[in-house]
Design a binder for this molecule. Sequence first.
Ligand code: PLP
Length: 379
Amino acid sequence: MNSIIYLDNAATTRVFDSAIKSMEEVYSIDYFNPSSTYKNGIIIKNKINTARTIIAQKLNCAQNEIFFTSCATESNNWALTCGFKNKKGNIVVSLGEHACVYECVKNMKNSGADVRFAKLLPDGRVDIDHLLSLVDENTSLVSVIHASNETGAINDLSKISTLIKKKNPKVIFHSDGVQAYLKTNNNVKALGVDMYSISGHKIGAPKGIGVLYISSKIKIRPLIFGGGQENGMRSGTENVAGIVALAVASEEYSKLQSNNRVKELRDVIVKKLHEIPDVTILSENCPHNNHIIAFCAERTKAEIIQTMCCDDGLIIGRGSACSSHHSGNRVLNELGLSQKLIDGALRLSLSPLTTKEEVDRGLEILKQNIEKLRGHKIG
Ligand code: PLP
């Protein structure tokens, strides 16, 4: 195969060379156990805490509010299952959540928890009025995704936080920040969140490293009991290489993001998509992340377009990679899209390393395949 054009960075990203180098050092030189009390172990513990400080700076919180996990799925499950303390109360989540939130609360509901789902607006954001109507004096936890992995729509967390806490100051507010981390404002204090989940592999760090920010103002149960790592909250010998690489990748991603390239490339893509007949771009007219461009190409089948493009060396997404394990696209259904739009729902997603040449060539391949498939009158 010729060199691949990769436009599925919301699914995962290539690991930065700098992050790989930092991991190699940990594996071959700094391999000591951070819990060991001799000098070598203490040095590694310090490396973890330096990484913790870097992540804390990115989220504008204190170092002791950062807890490393194995992935955002774990962070979200932890926040929901251990944050929902008052089993007699209720939990409110948006219908726009990633499967690792939605399936987790569905499981809690099956075990008897009062779980309430807030509707979405057609633009992909949560319907704040409906969400508020579900919150009452017994609500103990609210969870709303920051940026949608399906459409890129950004929820106004600070507004939601203010309104729900006005109604019930005791509510714990969690957000899945995976698609938002380093792509929009992640100041957890300004956003008014008590817990916030992030994942390494969306920003040039490896798979297998995540974070849960837990505000020092709230108390939730530990996730895993054992040797007392992560301040007793998440035991298990730390993934030192992943932690160090997450900090290195965070610094590099922030630096690369500071130019306007992703926004410029998005504008190019949106313009070209509008030139194709019967293409609808999702979450275009509401606050959105620049790195995700979700669209529906009528009279096509997304899975066929995806395969045709892949055969031509262009990798694109359709819905989220995780939703491919579940039938249909739950979130797009919640937006009220017709079946003919959902059938042709695709997602392009960028990284700060994506080039204009890749976008130009990729859009050419995509356009040709849409035309080819429509020529065969499928759909
Ligand atoms: N939340 C969102 C919004 C995501 O996009 C993803 C990954 O696709 C996850 C959670 C899960 O992250 P991880 O792969 O680290 O478990």
